[in-house]
Design a protein around this ligand. Structure first.
Ligand code: T5A
Length: 207
């Protein structure tokens, strides 16, 4: 039997990684075989691409190169990890997916969101669609406060893009939450437990 594909999306520091772990634990408690994936990443090549995008210092990718690198990483993990796991009956919990490219490179960098959607389609195996997408929403102040509290180290290339960029990215996520099938917008400003419970209430009906 086909598994399920669940995506967590949202601005930097909205709590996706924390919530992906919480959700995977809840699903495993229900006896589900769960694969967790992060984007960009999830295969050896995709993790190398991640480092090229986020950590290049002297020769950071320009906006078009950045877009194509995110898509290359997605093509690799989608065909190599996500689609086979779903085929094998597993649940895939994915920390970011196509909606991030629409939000960051589309609304953030200023490329056409519809071109970003076309590029996403090209990058994915035919028919690969999430069964549910939880968009976790936090205001800009929360993004920057959480990242500052956690890191103390240099920001990556996307985090360095500035307040206006991140404001547009957030708007891009909110718009997509309203227009994407099987999606919901979840308030990420409460406690980890409160957000986890809201995500669980959204995902539970799929079990
Ligand atoms: N990107 C990615 C694109 O531009 N285009 C794309 O197509 C894709 C796929 C990825 C970057 O790449 C960009 C987006 C990103 O900028 P990343 O490091 O993976 O880089 O970035 P994030 O996915 O944003 O990961 P972060 O770790 O920065 O944010 P998360 O995962 O949303 O947040 P999380 O869970 O790590 O939490 C951050 C901090 O907040 C605390 C946590 O303990 C942690 O310290 N926290 C809370 N604190 C209080 N209350 C809560 N409810 C909390 N939840 C978490």
């Amino acid at each position: 039997m086909r598994g399920k594909f669940v995506v967590l999306e949202g601005p930097d520091g909205s709590g996706k990684t924390t919530q992906a772990k919480e959700l995977a634990a809840r699903l495993r408690n229900c006896g589900k075989d769960v694969v967790c994936v992060r984007e960009p990443g999830g295969t050896i090549l995709a993790e190398k691409i991640r480092a090229l995008i986020l950590d290049s210092r002297d020769d950071a990718p320009n906006a078009r190169a950045e877009t194509l690198l995110f898509l290359a990483a997605r093509a690799q993990v989608a065909a190599g990890v996500i689609a086979p796991a779903i085929e094998a009956g597993k649940w895939v919990v994915c920390d970011r997916f196509t909606y991030s490219t629409v939000a960051y490179q589309g609304y953030g960098r200023g490329f056409s969101p519809s071109v970003m959607r076309d590029l996403n389609r090209f990058a994915l195996p035919e028919g690969l669609e999430p069964d549910a997408v939880a968009f976790i929403d936090v205001p800009l102040e929360t993004t920057f406060a959480r990242l500052a509290a956690r890191r103390g180290t240099a920001a990556d290339n996307i985090e360095k893009a500035g307040g206006d960029f991140h404001r547009r990215v957030r708007e891009g996520f909110i718009l997509q939450a309203k227009t994407t099938p099987n999606a919901t917008l979840i308030d990420g400003t409460g406690t980890v437990e409160a957000t986890s419970e809201a995500i669980w209430n959204f995902i539970k009906p799929l079990i």
